[in-house]
Design a protein around this ligand. Structure first.
Ligand code: BG6
Length: 483
């Protein structure tokens, strides 16, 4: 398969927070890989901006170290030396005046200008104001903002309103890195580029949907952030909600930013409020070797959930009566993200001597081992009657696509290139983020008003027992968590 790398336009990208963790782990390595792939013009400039006083050379050395560590490239790789030539650095005081004129002097006329806010949300306003005030950003510039985008509806609205003072919606790229994952985009390809699935993709044929994002890591190292957030704010309001939307939405009329986002928004607006019995929260315990959640978060009284499972209903014609079960958690048995669509059983079995056919199931594995698995019924070979057996039609994208499939770009690579291309399809619109908070706010508030504690679960398990009951009472079972 021939790789189709289309170079983007010449650009100046400013990374605020360039000395931070996200820049080191994701943004700089992602840009490096796109450079190596030939997508970034050699005239482009990447300007680090942060509080640390340092010069271009020191930042280049810092970036090279990060890229060696996180992109798995050798220190003496000649492409690394070429890439860091694109980098420059300006020390910036986000809340003062230092550095802004210098930054303005670095921006080239005629290039696409993008500003990546890889900083705490509390600084978004200061940076936006100074970019506009110093005439550094104009009506053609783009800004990229990271999650968390607010911590409730009120704060998300305030953030949107503040950004709107300086930028139009078409200039604002709100990142949800799940949308940049190759297999997440594949959800749209599977649904809307095949005729096989879509006619069955509704409550008449789908019994239920399970969306699982399981992680093996705990919260150690970021406990103070996580403890104020919890799984609902950290994962459900954004990543899980996006997955749910892509599975449940109507076909957009075109693969166009607003057409796609309009359809996602309709799904979020059709979510029914959760009933108290439809949600289970969990907190992982210590396991003798590693601390439990409470120690990791350094908050012995914390009621913050490191696991959540919920039964979600979508009130519209397509999905009335088909529940979507969502679960996500830290310190679980395996790292895996998948979506499983369980179809209904055939309405009538003609094979009366060998048991009823089992329901078909389509599993889309998002990570790791990206691929698809469709369970179908066939006849067991041999004489002795019509014995039925369910077998998987299993496809690994890596195997199916050869070398290109094995080399899945990281979500950030794709998303940053989309910013330069000016394509907002895989970014969240302001109204989408607000609608997602409008649905999660009452869930969070009801918990804060209650005196309940999360259910304990063992690290390396599948989550709390209580979550199993959420399914059992509907005569259903969670799929096993395994990678
Ligand atoms: C982040 C969350 O947005 O997504 C983290 O803040 C989580 O808590 C991470 O670990 C998961 O992302 P991925 O790409 O590893 O599935």
């Amino acid at each position: 398969m021939v790789s189709r790398v289309i170079p983007v336009e010449d650009f100046d990208l400013v990374i605020f927070g360039a000395t931070g963790d996200l820049a080191h782990r994701k943004i700089l390595p992602g840009l490096f890989r796109r450079f190596v792939a030939g997508q970034i013009p050699e005239t482009s400039r990447i300007i680090g901006a942060a509080r640390t006083e340092q010069d271009d050379e020191a930042f280049r050395a810092e970036a090279a170290r990060a890229i060696v560590e996180f992109a798995g490239v050798k220190k003496n790789d000649p492409r690394l030396a070429q890439f860091v030539e694109l980098l420059g650095y300006t020390a910036i005081d986000a809340r003062g005046e230092g550095g802004w004129n210098e930054l303005k002097g670095r921006m080239r006329e005629g290039a696409v200008h993008a500003f990546y806010f890889s900083v705490a949300p509390a600084l978004f306003g200061d940076i936006a104001e100074r970019l506009a005030g110093h005439g550094i950003a104009d009506a053609q510039s783009r800004i990229v903002v990271e999650k968390p985008f607010g911590r409730d509806l009120a704060s998300a609205r305030a953030l949107n309103a503040m950004l709107a003072q300086h930028f139009d919606e078409h200039q604002i790229y709100r990142i949800d890195h799940y949308l940049g994952k190759e297999t997440v985009q594949n959800l749209m390809a599977v649904r809307f580029a095949n005729v096989l699935f879509e006619p069955l993709w509704n409550a008449q044929y789908v019994d239920h949907v399970q969306i699982t994002v399981a992680e093996t890591v705990g919260v150690a190292g970021r406990g103070s952030y996580y403890d104020k957030s919890g799984a609902i704010r950290d994962m459900v309001q954004n990543h899980m909600m996006q997955l749910l939307c892509l599975i449940a939405m109507e076909p957009p009329y075109h693969f166009d930013p607003d057409a796609v986002r309009d359809e996602k928004l309709k799904v979020i607006r059709a979510l029914e409020p959760l009933e108290p019995g439809d949600i289970v929260r969990g907190q992982y315990q210590a396991d003798g070797k590693e601390p439990g959640y409470l120690e990791a978060a350094e908050n012995p009284d914390s009621r913050t959930e490191s696991y959540v499972a919920m039964k979600v209903r979508i009130s519209n014609w397509r999905w009335q009566g088909t529940p979507f079960y969502l679960r996500t958690g830290k310190k679980l048995r395996a790292r895996t993200s998948e979506i499983a669509i369980t179809f209904k059983e055939p309405p009538h079995s003609i094979f009366d001597d060998t048991g009823a056919p089992k329901a078909n199931e389509l599993v889309i594995r998002l990570q790791p081992n990206e691929g698809m698995n469709l369970k179908v019924m066939i006849k067991e070979p041999g004489p002795g009657g019509m014995r039925l057996v369910q077998v998987p039609l299993d496809m690994s994208f890596a195997d199916a696509l050869g070398a290109e499939g094995a080399d899945m770009p990281d979500a950030y690579e794709r998303l940053i290139m989309d910013v330069i291309r000016g394509n907002q399809t895989l970014f969240m619109r302001g109204d989408e983020v607000e609608a997602a908070w409008a649905w999660t706010d009452p869930i969070i508030n009801a918990w804060e008003d209650s005196k309940r504690r999360p259910e304990p679960y063992d690290p390396g398990s599948s989550g709390p027992e209580e979550a199993l009951r959420l399914m059992h009472r509907d005569n259903r079972r969670w799929r096993e968590i395994r990678s």
